[in-house]
Design a protein around this ligand. Sequence first.
Ligand SMILES: NC(=O)C1=CN([C@@H]2O[C@H](COP(=O)(O)OP(=O)(O)OC[C@H]3O[C@@H](n4cnc5c(N)ncnc54)[C@H](OP(=O)(O)O)[C@@H]3O)[C@@H](O)[C@H]2O)[C@@H](O)CC1
Ligand SMILES: [K+]
Length: 679
Amino acid sequence: MNVYTNNIIAAAIAFPVIAFAITVPYMIYQYRKFGSIPWIRTLIVYSLAFYLLCAYFLVILPLPEDRSAVVAYAATPQLMPFNFVREFLAETTFSLGDPSTWLATLRDPYVYEAAFNVLLLVPLGMYLRYYFRRTWYQTLLIGFSVTLFFELSQITGLWGAYLHPYRLFDVDDLILNTLGSMVGFWLVGPAMRLLPDIRLVNEEAREAGMRASVTKRALSFFIDVFVAQTASTMVAGALDATGARAAAEAQGVSWGLVSMAVDAVFYLLCFVAIPALTKGQTPAQMLLKLRIVRPDASRARWYQYLARYGFLYALALAPFLALFGIVSLDPAQASEMSSIAAFFADHRAGFVVAWLVFMGAWALSLIVRAIRSAVKKRPFIMLNGVLSATRVMTVDAVQQERDRRSPLDVSAVTALESMIADDGVPLSELMKRAGTAVADEVRAWVPDPSPVVVFAGSGNNGGDGWVAAHALAEAGYRAILVTPDIAERIKAEPARSTAMAAFADASERGLPLSVLVAPDADVLASALDEAKAVVDAVLGTGFSGTELREPYAGWIRAANRRRFEGSREKGRGFHRKRAFERGDHDRSRKSLPTKAKDAPLAVAVDVPSGLGAQTGTIARPTFAADTTVTMLAYKPGLVKPQARRFTGSVELARLVDTAPYLSRLRGIDAADSGVEPSA
Ligand SMILES: NC(=O)C1=CN([C@@H]2O[C@H](COP(=O)(O)OP(=O)(O)OC[C@H]3O[C@@H](n4cnc5c(N)ncnc54)[C@H](OP(=O)(O)O)[C@@H]3O)[C@@H](O)[C@H]2O)[C@@H](O)CC1
Ligand SMILES: [K+]
């Protein structure tokens, strides 16, 4: 046992560092993917790397001192399954009726070694189920493979590093280790209810990734300064080595001045020239997926980069250099200096204090503004940003803002659809992609196998709903599709054929998709009660008006009621008259009532039903969503100020590469606005 403990201590010192080195590439990968680093994932992967290192070293240590050592007990592999039971029974004094023998049994090497072998892979089983979401047989297979790898390391003398095996290959280890991974699998099951659902972390990370946080901006600035300064120092050093210094000084040019000029060249290169070439990215900003833009997310000009970083340089770096200069003045040589320098030298202490006060006040104001912007969830804007009329946004946020600022008229969307169809992607295919995008949105926020209610109208917006319900059922959700009529009687195409195909496929494969045709209020309410998500695919761009007809009006009211009043079991005034009024959302109301605690996620397809896609008018009733997944392009109605409280956040599902079509559609005015249609 002592050997094990020593190994653990050795590992405790070296492995945290190694495990971190293993985790760093994973962190970079996550940042590139989500635009932020989800700490919980990083922690889990780090701990997994650390644990596997420990486990492996427990298996292969202690290393013999000499490469050709023959370890007698390891010479012949132990190939008899359950040998440890036999050995244990042969020598034990254990008797169930006699408690005095129990303790001795626990101390028996066969017992504690067996227990240790089980424990060794318990964490692996937990990781496999919780983090990697493996099934029991996958866990069994992976657990067995890892064990086999351990035992093969032993029988081969660490893959030939030693001439003879120095640890025993034991079939019982294979059995007990593998059992351990299964024990871990079973143990973590109940705990998973308390642990955060790892599948939902991605979406939060993606949201965080949209923000150009102070940390990201500061980090990118320091990387850039570091790169520019290192390059400049190296070039100045190289010049010095080639004798440029002597030449300059012979001409009476101070070398300090020359190296400052070299600095200036590299800073200009990094902060002005490169951004001008890359449409607004310094080298570090390319790495961190940030971009310098105008406040409206359009492309900035080179002189704005110059202004932005010139001011920043003046505010953040110049005071340091000045201080450095002042401190290095020597009052003893005051007589040789100019009168200004002598004045500075005589009052060094005073200037340092003044400098500290100035920097302190500035830093304090930065901190205060950073906290305020964090609390109010507004971007943190620095003085140099205001003066240069620029801001730094994440590349994704820039794209989103540009999309939002160039909505496409509903008539143009139709034109766009036929252009895409002419190029070989028919509307039915677009519908498939649209529905899948909606299902993905639900899957990002709600874990399976939750019940999801999908309201599908009888137009093509409804067709998207059929695809979404089918995709969700396929992914293991209990999809409940609400429709005014059976699929065959839908009039719109391709909604009809899509719905029929989805229904036929689900029935054939026994997918958990149930269809409620024109359900009565009670049936609908019970379905909504248990739903974890509600998808509104009732009306899309084909609707305009101020009043919804039945049954759609009733559906939307029921969905909104569920959202604001809670489920009926919770008994929060579902039957009160006010509930009906609330479901209606009086248009004069400034804001919607707050959501009930158990409100399901509400996702609108293309536009929330009731909202006029072109005009932004709000009909009675209008669906209130957390997220609207809109297809191909933003519609004008979605970006009207009054729409926001019904749309929630808007996600654009591009479905195809729309950029070439959009520039054809928008023609000349895209070039004028300086807005790039799409990256
Ligand atoms: N753009 C894209 O790439 C893609 C677009 N696609 C999707 O197609 C959607 C547009 O489909 P769309 O044109 O069929 O219209 P849509 O919104 O379903 O509405 C028609 C329904 O509204 C109904 N209705 C009308 N007024 C009403 C009222 N007052 N009260 C009640 N009902 C009323 C009308 O009923 P009816 O008059 O027939 O009785 C009819 O049933 C679009 O939003 C997008 O989701 C994707 O599938 C593919 C990719
Ligand atoms: K809709």
